[in-house]
Design a protein around this ligand. Sequence first.
Ligand code: ATP
Length: 235
Amino acid sequence: ANAAPLLQVKDLRAWYNESQALHGMNFDVRPGELVTLIGRNGAGKSTTLRSIMGIVRKRTGSICYEDEELIGKRTFQIARKGIAYCPEERAIFSLLNVGENLTLPPVLRQGGVPDSELLKQFPNLRERRKSRGTLLSGGEQQMLAIARILRTGSQFLLLDEPSEGLAPVVVKEIGQLILRLKAQGYTILLVEQNLQFARLVADRHIVIEHGAVVDTLSAEELVSDMGRVKNYLGV
Ligand code: ATP
């Protein structure tokens, strides 16, 4: 638990045109950790992921990954370092079938899941491999969106609300998938509104308000001190 951070974010500020969304974020993620970003709508959780990935480009401060500065780098350069991003809207190609969606991302680094293995690791998707993206359920789309990035060889996964809009039983399946990825050694930064889900999977929770970190809770604290969290989220 005391390993040097894999990702170190310092005084991160980010803007959409003239509108500032992040106001000095500070946090880090250690290798193999599973950390959630929690907070109200509009707090800046998605913007944090998009800033790390270089999708929001107007940003200052420091985002250090494996001792390399990501600020100033473009998304394709950041992807080549082994960071992958799963957006909230999942971005499945609706006219392509499951197999085609899976093998679309480029292999960027060694250590990616080979094509021959991908469908073996996702039996539900194997059954649907000929189905077009549009015909998949929300849960299947989310599985596919996560499975797809494993091909690239990325070891650091940015997942934006994988549980969103899914039935409880499907949320559980996604939770099991994420825990499996953690067991396989992936490091994961997860945006999550669903606290029941967050507490099932994460080691640590970072609370964001108005584009800044206001608190950090261990997995145990999220359970024992739910009042503290509900206070932030206004639930
Ligand atoms: P949500 O779960 O609602 O997406 P969030 O915590 O992820 O919440 P962000 O989406 O990061 O919040 O939004 C942070 C702030 O940036 C908000 O004030 C939001 O209105 C603004 N914002 C987000 N996306 C854009 C955009 N494309 N253009 C302009 N402003 C944006």
